[in-house]
Design a protein around this ligand. Structure first.
Ligand SMILES: [Fe+2]
Ligand SMILES: [Fe+2]
Length: 269
């Protein structure tokens, strides 16, 4: 059986996230003989959104495709820049006139992957179109267009139940349904059906301390005072990289194994 290795890295948060990525990705590529590397980049610019400069930086570290999420427009300049990045996609269930691409197709060394992002509806803002109905309608169109069996769905959602439901909805229809957005890695990775890899949340790549990557001091103050305060990136000198490694039979379009990865590094003095 031919097999390829795909790494999907959870939400990159600010400079600490980008730094640990730069420090560790070359080693991970070697260690796991990675064929494709993807990440969620919705928090890569100072914790909120993405810009062309940061997108370029992530792609230069060896990322093949980047998904986004509810923070997609936090850096407003991205409204003009998104159209220039074919390797970065917005959620598929967003309004049709949102700038940028609604999927990523990568063909490399005789293997291909189609990457799709969907956003959940429970506790999510903005509220997008029903992701179940959208993927149900669009999946056959993508399959016909690209003739690929290797489809990965990043399901960017808050509710664990909604994410697990999406896993079962897409069981045996796609290669993987991988949750992002909560920034906390869950321990429920599994193979559904004949080869759909699933995890509720991959976790994040950013400051190891703090509250989901943001300052713990500000989070505690806000909780106590109930007053608005600007969040900033937590100053923990240690960062963590959360990801999942998929071992895939690309000819069958089946995931054989999903493995959680969580590594730490000292990124600041
Ligand atoms: Fe995020
Ligand atoms: Fe998010």
């Amino acid at each position: 059986m031919t097999s390829i290795n795909i790494l999907f890295i959870g939400d990159i948060v600010g400079r600490p996230g980008r730094k640990i990525l730069k420090n560790k990705l070359p080693l991970l590529k070697q260690q796991y003989m990675l064929d494709f590397v993807f990440c969620n980049g919705e928090n890569s610019a100072g914790g909120l959104g993405i810009t062309a400069a940061i997108a370029g930086e992530l792609l230069n570290t060896g990322i093949d495709g980047i998904t986004l999420g509810n923070h997609i427009w936090s850096q407003k300049i991205w409204l003009q820049q998104a159209i220039h990045f074919k390797q970065i996609c917005r959620p598929l269930n967003a309004p049709d006139d949102w700038p940028g691409f609604d999927h990523i197709y990568i063909n490399k060394d005789n293997y291909d992957v189609l990457l799709i992002s969907l956003m959940g509806q429970a506790f999510m803002n903005p509220l997008l179109t029903n992701p179940f109905q959208v993927i149900d309608q669009k999946l056959p169109i993508f399959k016909e267009k690209y003739c690929t069996k290797n489809i990965i769905v990043d399901f960017h959602a808050e509710s664990t139940a909604e994410k697990i439901t999406m896993g079962y909805f897409l069981e045996n229809k796609v290669l993987a349904v991988l949750g992002t957005h909560t920034h906390v890695q869950t321990a429920d990775e599994k193979i559904l059906g004949n080869g759909t890899a699933f995890i509720t949340d991959i976790g994040m790549t950013g400051p190891a301390g703090g509250v989901l990557g943001m300052s713990k001091k500000v989070a505690v103050e806000r909780a106590m005072n109930l007053l608005p305060a600007m969040y900033n990136i937590d100053k923990d000198p240690f960062a963590m990289l959360n990801a999942v490694l998929l071992t895939v039979d690309p000819n069958a379009g089946q995931a054989k194994k999903i493995e959680r990865i969580q590594i730490f590094d000292h990124v600041f003095e």
